[in-house]
Design a protein around this ligand. Sequence first.
Ligand SMILES: COc1cc(/C=C/C(=O)SCCNC(=O)CCNC(=O)[C@H](O)C(C)(C)COP(=O)(O)OP(=O)(O)OC[C@H]2O[C@@H](n3cnc4c(N)ncnc43)[C@H](O)[C@@H]2OP(=O)(O)O)ccc1O
Ligand SMILES: O=C(O)CCC(=O)C(=O)O
Ligand SMILES: [Fe+2]
Length: 361
Amino acid sequence: MAPSISMIHSNPLDILDFVVNKGHGVKGLADLGLKTLPHQYIQPPQERFDHTSNEEPNEDSIPVIDLSNSDDPKVAKAVCDAAQKWGFFQIINHGVPIHVLENVKDATHKFFELPAEEKKKYSKEQSGTNNVRFGTSFTPEAEKALEWKDYLSLFFVSDDEAASLWPAICRNEALEYIRSSETVVKRLLKILMNGLNVKDIDSTKESILMGSKRINLNYYPKCPNPELTVGVGRHSDVSTLTILLQDDIGGLYVRNTKTMKWVHVPPVNGSLVINVGDALQIMSNGKYKSVEHRVTANGNDNRISVPIFVNPRPSDIIGPLVEMVESGEKPIYKHVLYKDYVKHFFRKAHDGKATIDFAKV
Ligand SMILES: COc1cc(/C=C/C(=O)SCCNC(=O)CCNC(=O)[C@H](O)C(C)(C)COP(=O)(O)OP(=O)(O)OC[C@H]2O[C@@H](n3cnc4c(N)ncnc43)[C@H](O)[C@@H]2OP(=O)(O)O)ccc1O
Ligand SMILES: O=C(O)CCC(=O)C(=O)O
Ligand SMILES: [Fe+2]
């Protein structure tokens, strides 16, 4: 029997079963026409977003950098300055064709419109691999309060593996977005490495900087009580760099590490949001910042975003780059197996910047 709203409200266990086990996700809940937020999603007051006091008035927002002339030293300076000050920036004229971005956004909507039984085939239990995972919230088993988000996470191994494992409805669009962003990723990493006095990106460095990629399709359905919950809780990414495509709804906020206030990342048509992840903070010995960010839930619209996490390979050992140490800097991070770092991140609820303590000396 299809569950009704009253059945779901009267038995708290049914929510988890419906959303997590049966694969309906929060989209399934939203589609039922829920009028109030189930208690499992109510975040503690300090994690909710209070628009009246949390947001920085007249804030100096994260930079929007025009990459049309990326050989211009001013562009390189703007990228390195933003990676140090904000850990976030947006790029325009980045070379990724607009139709590729539009196609992956459309494909994201199409995937989440599939029936629950179809999406469930890509869950951890049914996909049979960690490289393809349809899920909800972040780590439901470890979270005190759930997050109002469903996702499909695809770890890229090869085109052949993607052809056999990724959902056909979004596979080509996701692959095309990964392929077309490769050039800009390399350009940005070259600029950022230059800023650390690393002149040569040999094959070992290339592996550590961008040896693996994961693409997530995130879906944040319209929420009945957005003020009581979050889309994504406070976290920093564990990537080297994240290339994020967001739609025109808004809701991504970044911590200003000086004032500790939250700064909105406004949607800019055709732009990509770039952020430094923990792996690059560690490799740069803290020079580039992997900054806390979060996503609000929205009471009026469904929102999607599509991050590509550019990472070291799971088998890489990451630590401050040799060039940082040779320059006389005292390492503030130790060397860790990247896979152990990522597992540590995935096994706990979102907890702001706490993951990086795993690698602190
Ligand atoms: C989902 O909402 C999110 C996600 C994020 C993500 C931000 C990022 O920065 S993602 C970039 C992560 N980096 C990589 O994926 C590249 C390196 N990959 C690896 O090291 C490995 O592939 C691995 C992820 C560690 C998995 O390796 P495997 O050998 O398969 O390890 P297991 O021991 O089987 O799994 C360990 C443990 O990891 C968790 N897990 C694995 N994959 C995912 C996934 N796609 N999503 C969530 N959790 C995952 C899981 O706990 C596994 O244990 P299980 O018992 O549950 O299987 C930011 C914000 C968000 O809201
Ligand atoms: O949806 C967004 O804008 C950001 C999502 C995010 O931070 C993530 O997936 O790591
Ligand atoms: Fe993130």
